[in-house]
Design a protein around this ligand. Structure first.
Ligand code: ATP
Length: 366
């Protein structure tokens, strides 16, 4: 028998229909995913959706019940017998708590995974990594002498030292202060892109996923809901779950009539509704609207579409929830200078000039 040939356009990491059950709990269900060479892909989803289990399956810390995981076309784990142990996978992991050795300096921590390299090679690699992560002067510092962001830089450098094929990052920013989180997102992305390593990250924070990733894989109940570029999962969610998990989502009931879709607040040009096939003529659909797609302005009781039932001041903007007379709820985002009191009768207008996504009535996806 000949060994399987590597196909030129084979993804670097491919996951084929893997499932993992703990007792009766299905953590991951028939998940398939392909990660390209040099790509940063983020697994995003709520707590318990199976993202950590997926990461652990790739790392070799769990075995799949069924399915296969391949790197460069070679199986590293299958539901049958193949199981390459974690330390033979050429896969690095950056843990949530960084897991640095407290008694070692930054340089020693970074050298830990390459202690079998010749001394001079180790030193060269450590210096190169300290530079890469912006810690050229901190090589002799111990973790306790470093800030959270610096500790994360050391953890990243340590995982990158052996030049892994794939780097896995488990909730990489959850141990950092909010301010530092945003700064480190940019830094981590820069560092990963500079090394060209293929990376899979895990988070439940949609803003983080959208801002650092080449592609985002949205998980729900152990399954993959949608995978795509940040803009595409945000602007073209394929399910109500994805729509709602990636940002505030309101659904306006719309009746499809000829070239228009009639909703309680506006008549929408059919062309503005993405891919609305003729089979939906004369039917009710739900149109997705985000808070920046609508505006509410005060008006008389007689003219009003509804009233303000919720107000959240966010600094630069204010989020309002409007309860429409039709019983529907719509959220809108206003500039902070425009203030509406609770209970104000308002008219709602649709200001969106981009294509709108819709869902068939009663169906979670389309
Ligand atoms: P979180 O963000 O809370 O870590 P997650 O999306 O990473 O959530 P997983 O940790 O992968 O989700 O867990 C998926 C499901 O599998 C959960 O219901 C969890 O309770 C269950 N689970 C995970 N690991 C184990 C285990 N070792 N034993 C039993 N059940 C487990």
């Amino acid at each position: 028998e000949t060994a399987p040939q590597q196909v030129a356009d084979e993804p670097l990491l491919s996951i084929d229909e893997i499932s993992k059950t703990f007792g009766t709990e299905v953590a991951v269900e028939e998940l398939s995913l392909a990660v390209e060479d040099g790509e940063l892909l983020t697994l995003l989803g709520p707590s318990g959706c199976g993202k950590t289990t997926t990461l652990r399956l790739i790392a070799g810390l769990e075995r799949p019940d069924t399915g296969a995981i391949r790197v460069d076309g070679r199986p590293i784990a299958t539901g049958e017998n193949t199981f390459v142990p974690p330390d033979a996978r050429d896969i690095g992991v950056v843990f949530q708590d960084f897991a640095l050795f407290p008694h070692m300096t930054a340089a020693e921590n970074i050298a830990f995974g390459i202690d079998d390299w010749p001394e001079s090679e180790q030193q060269r690699r450590v210096a190169e990594l300290l530079d890469l992560v912006g810690l050229g002067e901190q090589g002799d510092s111990r973790p306790e002498e470093l800030s959270g962001g610096q500790q994360q830089r050391v953890a990243l450098a340590r995982s990158l030292a052996p030049e892994p094929t794939i780097l896995l990052l488990d909730e990489p920013f959850s141990n950092l202060d909010v301010d530092l989180r945003v700064e480190m997102r940019e830094e981590v992305r820069r560092i990963l892109k500079e090394t060209g390593v293929t990376a899979v990250s895990v988070t439940h924070d949609q803003e983080e996923a959208l801002s650092i990733s080449d592609r985002v894989a949205v998980m729900h109940d152990g399954r993959l809901e949608q995978v795509g570029r940040p803009e595409s999962v945000f602007q073209r969610p394929k399910s109500r779950f994805v729509a709602g998990f990636l940002g505030h989502a309101s659904f306006l009931s719309g009746y499809v009539r000829g070239d228009e879709v009639d909703t309680t607040v506006a008549s929408i040009d059919r062309d503005q509704v993405h891919g609305l096939a003729s089979q939906y003529d004369m039917t009710e659909i739900d149109v997705l609207v985000r808070p920046d797609d609508v505006l509410a302005y005060p008006t008389t009781e007689a003219e009003a579409d509804g009233r303000v039932t919720y107000r959240r001041y966010l600094g630069p903007s204010v989020l309002y929830r409007v309860e429409l007379d039709s019983g529907e709820t719509v959220e809108c985002m206003h500039n902070h200078s425009e203030s509406l009191d609770l209970d104000t009768p308002v008219s709602v207008t649709l200001t969106a000039d981009h294509e709108l996504v819709w869902f068939p009535k009663g169906s979670p996806s389309r």
